[in-house]
Design a protein around this ligand. Structure first.
Ligand SMILES: CC(C)(COP(=O)(O)OP(=O)(O)OC[C@H]1O[C@@H](n2cnc3c(N)ncnc32)[C@H](O)[C@@H]1OP(=O)(O)O)[C@@H](O)C(=O)NCCC(=O)NCCS
Length: 155
């Protein structure tokens, strides 16, 4: 089912009540290196992370996890997923834009970086469109042995 809506998603921080939907989205989106229910619960309440959820017509359409490293001016985009029925509607862009806004508001971060599978062309295009540049090739970065590309941009 493709969902016919172009309305702007509502973006807010994840809450405990979102846990099951977040877990379903992880399972739908990733075959390995998934966030477990335990880790998701941790990140919902952690004070060194932003777990943003995008809702469209009341349904969880996507999520983005940003982690702040201690003693670092760099924030890490750790995980991003948009449900298949909601893809290509600008939800990932909206989530990342909201993360930038919140990071700027916090004020102490200068860069944002992430890793993406080297064969994830949708992800690489998305990040390049949003100003990320490819920095480093990471061999065997994922559980299944696939390589990653580290990308970053200034805030
Ligand atoms: C990658 C992903 C997050 C994109 O989410 P999305 O909400 O569909 O992306 P958007 O609609 O915001 O797209 C923004 C831009 O990204 C690029 N893009 C997104 N999906 C793409 C695709 N399938 N093919 C090529 N480019 C794509 C395009 O440049 C697009 O801009 P455009 O629509 O003007 O061409 C989504 O496909 C997804 O969740 N995939 C599975 C999990 C994953 O790969 N996560 C990222 C891991 S690092």
């Amino acid at each position: 089912m493709r969902v016919q809506t172009n309305s702007t998603p509502e973006i807010r921080l994840a809450r405990e009540q979102d846990l099951n939907l977040l877990l379903e989205l992880e399972i739908e989106s990733f075959s390995g290196d998934r966030l477990s229910q335990r880790r998701l619960r941790h990140w919902i309440t952690a004070n060194n992370a932003l777990l943003l959820c995008a809702f469209s017509s009341g349904n969880l359409a996507g999520c983005l996890l940003i982690i702040f490293r201690q003693n670092s001016r760099r924030a890490r985009a750790y995980s991003l997923a948009v449900a298949k029925d909601y893809q290509r509607r600008g939800i990932a862009e909206s989530l990342i834009t909201e993360a930038y806004r919140r990071l700027m508001e916090i004020g102490r971060y200068q860069q944002i970086y992430l890793e993406v599978r080297q064969d994830n062309l949708a992800g690489i295009r998305l990040y390049e469109k949003l100003g990320f540049r490819q920095q480093t090739h990471l061999t065997g970065f994922y559980q299944d042995g696939s390589d990653a590309i580290r990308m970053e941009r200034e805030l």
